[in-house]
Write a protein that binds this ligand. Structure first.
Ligand SMILES: Nc1nc2c(ncn2[C@@H]2O[C@H](COP(=O)(O)OP(=O)(O)OP(=O)(O)O)[C@@H](O)[C@H]2O)c(=O)[nH]1
Ligand SMILES: [Mg+2]
Length: 486
């Protein structure tokens, strides 16, 4: 194993084991890119960002400092104006910051012009920057440059977009885990172990007659099995990771008047949906995002399912059924103050095969529903009693939704590495399969060449995961998801 070094992003890796970005062609810094990095619309501040070797010369042409100072000290703000050189008129009063390479987001020279956040101002400043020779940046191109210039690996680049999109504390923490290089570090360690084994096997293939240490097959097999076990744990974490990263859709379904809209309101803590004692109140699907212990849940209140009284209700019922079919999770709501009837039974059919939980509402009223019957019909599903009207049992319901999805008790921070991206899971599955094939070949005494072939394939998959050998097509697909200016 190599010497331990600290990367500037705080990731500790073994030098011998780190992935190299040398195979990637770094971007041409002569090609200076620019974009508006803040959202469109009116705001206090809007930022035009420039990256590349012309960033500083362009800024010098357009920026007039207020004070006659030896301006552009790297990583310092400077106060002045952006001037339209053609008319000689000031465009905006700005703060400008030059960050000299390499300690920058892209590792190239970066200039940020902090303007007033008006759509026209920002467009105008960008236009002037482009006129001076920069070209418009593509979506995610700043982050892509950070990756191509070797400042971050591909998983860290992907974490940037997850960070921006994070909807809850937990999804933010998972993105941060990845941005700090946790996944990268683990992959680098796995790679180092794999290379070590491959080296030994290849030495035996190349120099079978030489006096080299004989392969301890038992030990090698044990090592490979430990690695497979670890990779399998990461693969298994994906389901949890996906739920936190992407969230889930959840439909509340039940016959009319059971209290579906009341539940939506009590969960949202606002009177979002109309609640009346008239059966068939909700027609359209009402959708809101809720944070359930860190899981972004897209909650849908739907029309009560029964034989529709008119064509509007008929459409409502059709939409409700459609959402139930599409949703990741279903909350079946029953009215505890009434006996199960034909409408309930019909709904049971609608939710067959769905991941689901049962809510018995109106527990403040005398219980008329047969709990025994509900339990026998939903043996494998969690059942909770609540009162949406009195706001009782709601915390228990939220915990139940969490545990049904994550299969764990509610906890604050994920304490182990969580793989939340399907691309990472796919690569890890490949690694696992290759290592398993190698182990099997060892057991069966198949040639060392075959074992080496499988281990090399595992290394290839690891290289793809961190972006060392990823194809241009995959890279483009990743960075296309970014916004312009990031
Ligand atoms: N006693 C009692 N009444 C409730 C409870 N939850 C809802 N209700 C009442 O039940 C009636 C129907 O509530 P809604 O929330 O509109 O029911 P829904 O399932 O959305 O009905 P539809 O939209 O018609 O399908 C209203 O009068 C609510 O106040 C509860 O926990 N206890
Ligand atoms: Mg309703």
């Amino acid at each position: 194993m190599g010497r331990v070094v600290w990367f500037s992003n705080g990731v500790k890796v073994n030098r011998g084991s780190s992935f190299s970005s040398s195979k990637r062609t770094p971007p041409n810094p002569e090609e200076t890119i620019a974009a508006i990095s803040t959202p469109f619309g009116e705001s206090g501040i809007g930022i035009v960002r420039i990256s590349g070797s012309s960033a500083e010369p362009i800024a010098r042409k357009l920026f007039k400092p207020k004070k006659d100072q030896s301006y552009f000290i790297s990583h310092h703000f400077h106060y002045g104006e952006i001037i339209d050189n053609q008319s000689g008129n000031p465009v905006d009063e700005v703060l400008i910051v030059l960050m000299k390479s390499p300690k920058t987001y892209t590792r190239e020279d970066i200039v940020e012009i902090h303007c007033h956040g008006g759509y026209f101002i920002l467009q105008k400043v960008l236009e002037l920057v482009l006129k001076e020779g920069a070209r418009m940046a593509q979506p995610g191109e700043f982050t892509k440059r950070a990756f191509l210039n070797g400042r971050i690996d591909l998983t860290q680049a992907e974490a940037v977009i997850d960070l921006i999109r994070a909807k809850t504390q937990t999804s933010l923490e998972i993105a941060n885990q990845q941005l700090r290089g946790w996944l990268y570090k683990e992959m680098a360690q796995l790679k180092a172990q794999t290379i070590e084994h491959l080296g030994l096997i290849e030495a035996h293939i190349d120099f079978p007659e030489e006096e080299i240490e004989p392969i301890a097959f038992g030990e090698l097999k044990g090592d490979l099995e430990r690695m497979i076990h670890q990779v399998e744990e990461w693969i298994a974490s994906y389901e949890e990771g996906r739920i936190f990263r992407e969230g889930i859709s959840c439909a509340i379904v039940g016959k009319t008047n059971v209290g579906k809209s009341s539940l939506l309101n009590v969960l949202l803590k606002e009177e979002r949906a109309i609640v009346t004692p008239i059966p068939g109140t909700t027609r359209d699907v009402i959708e809101e995002v809720l944070n359930i212990y860190g899981i972004p849940v897209r909650l849908m209140d739907t029309a009560g399912l029964r034989k529709p009284a008119d064509s509007i209700e008929q459409e409502g019922v059709r939409r409700a059924k459609e959402r139930v079919a599409d949703s990741d999770f279903v909350l079946l709501m029953l009215d505890g103050s009434r006996e199960l009837d034909a409408d309930d039974l019909e709904i049971f059919g609608e939710i067959r095969g769905k991941k689901r939980a049962v809510i018995i509402n109106k527990k403040d009223l005398p219980l008329r529903i047969s709990l025994e019957e509900v339990k026998s019909r939903f043996k494998d599903d969690p059942i909770v009693l609540i009162s949406a009207l009195k706001n009782e049992g709601i915390d228990g319901l939220k915990k139940m939704i969490y545990t049904s999805l994550v299969h764990k008790e509610v906890r604050a921070t994920p304490e182990h590495l969580i793989v939340a991206n399907i691309r990472h899971k796919t690569a890890l599955t490949q690694v696992r399969d290759n290592l398993s094939n190698a182990t099997k070949a060892l057991e069966e005494g198949i040639s060392l060449e075959f074992i080496a072939f499988e281990i090399r394939a595992a290394l290839e998959a690891l290289g793809e995961l961190v972006g060392e050998t990823t194809t241009e097509e995959v890279l483009n697909r990743i960075f296309e998801q970014f916004c312009i200016g990031k």
